[in-house]
Design a binder for this molecule. Structure first.
Ligand code: GLA
Length: 423
């Protein structure tokens, strides 16, 4: 069977492949508007969830730069994403956060960028980013003002969605500040989701909801990701707190829709490289969006190695889309934790042995705790990128304080696992 690969929504429209509910684009015009497909291939309709079948990977300006952003920074960041090897490792979104707008809307109600920060305008910037094979994201807010007091999108949803689509934006982070009096979070987010879908442009929708919003976000296909917590900080305590909170709605993650424990702090200077490795590992294991939040133009070798670790990223991007969870914890001074993520294929798990304590700990994982059948399993260390051998019933590692060991554990194909992935 032949497959059709169409890269633009215009192409889809021309081929008459845009459909109604759940697909992208305004309803088609009269039947004579679009010629019928003539080839014998089976057309593939681009659906909403296809835009994030695995957790999005990219960069966002907020964690490192706050409001100190401009066009030069954005261009240099796109350059650095390519030069550092991050693009080759899977990162593709360059996301502008708050503070990009002019202080007031235009006379016709539309938004424009601050002319001092973005003199070339967003369309030109999008062209530049697209020219590198990357995608451009932007930030809006569901209320009357953004969190940094720029114009909010309440009552302007369709106009703002059309504006960012016309600039060539590929990803929208939609924040939660300054709700309009009497407004509802559910209605506001659905309104923007509908407005984005109606533009016909594929735009990933990231809800910055500061808490799991409810099952409606997945059942009604409202967003591709939603923030499950308040803002991350560049400290070990913050990372651990957010990780625990993000685990509660784990069952709601899957291809096309992800829990978002906030952007990464790797490389921002507040933690050790061991802690950053744990932060990145746990975000990968939780199938979290991997949105770097550091200055990509000035990265240490260790930071680059963490952000581009191929086998850790492969765990994050595993097509099954399972969110890893805590499977074993022994209370006590060393607080060892065993976390596991079900991987695509038979009887394979990614396993993190996480040491939250302030001293080195021996952490053991038993295959039975992973829902794997009894019997030997082969294991690979995904940071060392080395096979460790075959072990009969479990494995013990010595893990430094605030460190992690990440393993791939697989038993023989054909054995029946005792747990199945969450729906
Ligand atoms: C909120 C969000 C942050 C960031 C800021 C910008 O606090 O949660 O991620 O976008 O607003 O003002």
């Amino acid at each position: 069977m032949q497959t059709l690969t169409l890269t633009t929504v215009a192409g889809l429209a021309a081929a008459g492949l845009l459909t109604g509910c759940g697909s992208l684009g305004r309803p088609a015009g009269t039947p004579t508007d679009t010629p019928p497909p003539t080839a014998t291939f089976t057309p593939r309709v681009l659906t909403w969830e296809d835009l994030a079948l695995t957790p999005p990977m990219g960069w966002n300006s907020w964690n490192h730069f706050g409001c100190s952003i401009n066009e030069t920074l954005l261009r240099e960041t796109a350059d650095a994403m390519v030069a550092s090897g991050m693009q080759a490792a899977g990162y593709q979104y360059i996301n502008i956060d708050d503070c990009w707008m002019a202080a007031e809307r235009n006379a016709d109600g539309s938004l424009s960028p601050d002319p001092a920060k973005f003199p070339g305008g967003m369309k030109l910037l999008a062209d530049y980013v697209h020219g590198k094979g990357l995608k451009l994201g932007i930030y809006l807010d569901r209320g009357t003002e953004t969190c940094s007091h720029f114009p909010g999108s309440y009552g302007h949803e369709v106009q703002d969605a059309d504006t960012i689509a016309s600039w060539g934006i590929d990803y929208l982070k939609y924040d939660n500040c300054s709700p309009a009096p009497g407004s509802s979070m559910v209605t506001d987010y659905i309104r923007m989701s509908d407005a984005l879908k109606a533009t016909g442009r594929p735009i990933v929708f990231s809800m910055c909801s500061w808490g799991f919003p409810g099952s409606w976000v997945t059942t009604q296909k409202i967003a591709h990701l939603w923030r499950t917590t308040s803002d991350i900080k560049d400290t070990w305590e913050s990372i651990m707190k957010i990780m625990d909170a993000n685990s509660v709605p784990a069952a709601f993650a899957g291809p096309g829709h992800w829990n978002d424990p906030d952007m990464l702090e790797v490389g921002n200077g507040g933690m050790t490289d061991t802690e950053y490795r744990s932060h990145f590992t746990m975000w990968a294991l939780m199938a979290a969006p991997l949105i770097a939040g550091n200055d990509l133009r000035e990265m240490s070798r260790a930071t680059i190695e963490i952000l581009t670790a191929p086998e850790v990223i492969a765990v994050n991007q595993d097509p099954l889309g399972n969110q890893g969870t805590l499977v074993g914890k022994i209370e006590g001074t060393t607080k060892p934790e065993v976390w596991a993520k079900i991987l695509a294929g038979e009887n394979a798990r990614a396993v993190a042995l996480l040491n939250r304590s302030d001293r080195t700990a021996e952490i053991r994982v038993q295959w039975l705790d992973l829902g794997l059948p009894e019997g030997p399993a082969t294991i690979r260390d995904l940071w060392l990128r080395a096979d460790l051998g075959t072990f009969p019933s479990g494995y013990t590692a010595s893990v430094p304080s605030h460190g992690v060991v990440l393993l791939r554990v697989a038993t023989a194909v054909g054995n029946i696992p005792t747990v199945t992935p969450a729906a």
